[in-house]
Write a protein of this length. Structure first.
Length: 180
């Protein structure tokens, strides 16, 4: 069992998270606080399999889990099966930087960083998560994903937001912030 150092919250409830690595098949157990971000799980799995944390993909019931998620935010129980695998989406950046694609209906997103003239341009389908946009910005800027925040209409976007959930139908400009 792999232990994860917890933050200084004395009353943090610690639970055991079971993660099944897909190939080679191996079960990992992590003791982690209910409200602790799962980012540490991504880092430990990446270290174990000699990957970058961005290459680790966690999935529960067909839904992607993000490093900023927690056991509490996802309402994960001991019975839930979490599957981990290497994210083979090598060309996800290519997919996000070209119009057209899987549904032929992608929306152009310009991501503008303060004091930088040229925005980053991506194309997302309405059902794709903002996490892909954050991942693409991080890759373009050569920064870790947790250093990237994106705002739209003054609100910081969550990884699980989609263009659908934000009611975006046409080209938009979003603000990019680099967290220190």
């Amino acid at each position: 069992m792999e232990a994860i150092e917890l933050s200084s919250d004395d009353d943090e409830i610690v639970e055991t998270l079971r993660v099944l690595w897909n190939e080679p098949m191996k079960i990992h157990w992590f003791d982690i606080g209910r409200k602790e971000p799962l980012q540490k799980v991504f880092k430990l799995l990446a270290k174990e399999y000699q990957l970058n944390p961005e290459e680790v993909l966690l999935v529960r019931n067909g839904t992607e889990i993000y490093p900023s998620d927690s056991i509490h935010s996802l309402n994960i129980s001991v019975l839930d099966e979490i599957v981990a695998l290497k994210n083979n989406a090598k060309d996800f950046l290519t997919e996000l930087t070209t119009p057209g694609g899987r549904s032929g209906r992608k929306i152009k997103i310009k991501v503008q960083e303060k004091d930088v003239r040229k925005p980053l341009v991506f194309y997302l389908c309405k059902d794709q998560s903002v996490h892909l946009l954050i991942r693409a910005c991080a890759k373009q800027l050569k920064l870790p994903e947790d250093k990237i925040s994106i705002k739209f209409d003054g609100d910081v976007l969550m990884h699980s937001d989609t263009l659908n959930s934000l009611d975006i139908d046409n080209e938009v400009v979003m603000d990019l912030f680099i967290n220190k």
